[in-house]
Write a protein that binds this ligand. Structure first.
Ligand SMILES: C=CC1=C(C)c2cc3[nH]c(cc4nc(cc5[nH]c(cc1n2)c(C)c5CCC(=O)O)C(CCC(=O)O)=C4C)c(C)c3C=C
Ligand code: FE2
Ligand code: FE2
Length: 364
């Protein structure tokens, strides 16, 4: 195949068409060891994720990690798997459908699709699909509020890799971060407050973010600062004092030092010091997934209780919160400035009269 595939000619002189690609991390296709192995092989081969020279890393990955971890991880996935699939996939799909619905209900004509950085549907396949649907301007909207080279920049890598193969490249824009966006913070606060109304309040609110190697902070990755800022803004929105909130980092991978304090040891120490009831939220995860449902709501819960804690409340991720979808739409719109998304008035009138005729049963 030539590196630049032929392009359909309908793109010539075509009216600009705006699209959003909502991109999340990705997840295995099934909760079994071969599927988890395929997913981890792609994920952990990304040089943004594991910054060890490939000559040293490849043997460790293929000889040790991919022989042991897939089976253990598949057992964990099986504990949280939903009838429709992996929670991360289910929520990401739903969020993208809700975002499309929100924009359409507010008079915007924007194509919306979702993709996964690792696994399916891939970034390349969804960009191909958007282009086939006539998209000429595409906003890349990662599901990560806090920017990290390990996640946000890696989504951009996948887009650039696809772009390298395009003869007729669409216009592209990227959302980098929304860790301090007022709509995102308000959606998080609403999640916490509605949990408190229904279940009462814990003695402490633990805000647990996914960790990254501590070295990435030393090398200039802004992720740590952005997590702390999200936590500060959320605490202030909730009217909490510093002593009521703890920020921790979870999901450590490998032996290197990661961002501290680590979630599980911190929560165990709280229980040992006599804290009986805590609330835990993971503000950096916009969808519930393995890391929130299994690691936090099962493993860390068990650690809290076995160290003397009595009540552990996990506050769900933003998932299908209306407030969150409205915030996501507003974030997208800020980045779509200058890319018209409203139908020209005459075209809208034509569509409305066609719809009226259709309702009356007249042929179109
Ligand atoms: C919030 C964003 C995330 C950052 C930053 C991040 C960094 C990061 N992750 C790993 C290794 C693993 N992460 C795994 C799962 C996982 N990670 C995130 C998000 C971030 N990761 C999510 C949403 C998930 C859940 C996926 C799902 O299917 O539900 C896993 C796989 C699970 C397992 O086998 O334990 C690994 C491995 C590294 C090394 C890293 C930064 C360098
Ligand atoms: Fe991760
Ligand atoms: Fe920092």
């Amino acid at each position: 195949m030539p590196p630049f595939a032929p392009e359909p000619h309908f793109l010539h002189g075509q009216a600009p068409r705006t699209a959003i690609l909502f991109v999340n991390l990705g997840t295995p296709d099934a909760a079994d060891a071969p599927s988890v192995r395929r997913y981890l092989a792609e994920f952990l081969s990304d040089p943004r994720v594991v910054e060890i020279p490939p000559l040293a890393w490849k043997p460790i990955l293929h000889v040790i990690i991919l022989r042991t971890r897939p089976r253990a991880s598949a057992r964990k996935y099986a504990k949280v798997w939903l009838p429709e699939g992996s929670p991360l996939a289910v929520w990401t799909r739903k969020q993208s459908e809700m975002l499309a619905g929100w924009l359409a209900d507010h008079g915007h004509q924007v194509l919306v699709r979702h993709a996964m950085r690792y696994g399916n549907p891939s970034v390349a396949s969804q960009l191909d699909a958007l282009k086939a649907e006539g998209a000429t301007r595409i906003l890349i909207l990662p599901a990560y509020p806090q920017y990290s080279g390990t996640t946000t920049a890696s989504v951009a890598d996948a887009v650039f890799d696809w772009g390298k193969r395009q003869r007729h490249l669409p216009e592209l824009r990227f959302v980098h971060r929304y860790h301090d966006d007022s709509g995102y913070i308000a959606a998080l606060a609403e999640r916490v407050e509605s949990h408190w109304r229904e279940h009462g309040r814990g003695e402490k609110l633990v805000l647990s973010f996914h960790g990254v190697p501590a070295r990435t902070l030393e090398l200039g990755d802004p992720y740590h600062c952005e997590c702390l800022k999200t936590a500060r803004l959320l605490a202030s929105e909730l009217g909490l004092h510093a002593q009521d909130v703890l920020v921790t980092f979870q999901s450590r991978f490998g032996r290197a030092k990661w961002l501290e304090p680590y979630t599980q040891p911190t929560i165990e120490a709280l229980a040992r010091a006599g804290t009986k009831r805590i609330d835990v939220m993971c503000p950096g995860f916009t969808s519930d997934c393995l890391e929130t449902l299994e690691e936090i709501d099962m493993e860390v819960r068990e650690a809290f209780i076995s160290n003397g804690g009595e009540a552990f409340h996990y506050i769900p991720a933003l998932n299908d919160s209306q407030r969150w979808i409205a915030a996501l739409a507003a974030i997208a719109q800020q980045h779509l400035a200058g890319w018209p998304t409203r139908l020209p008035a005459d075209e809208r009138e034509l569509q409305a009269s066609a719809a009226r005729a259709h309702e009356k049963g007249a042929p179109r």
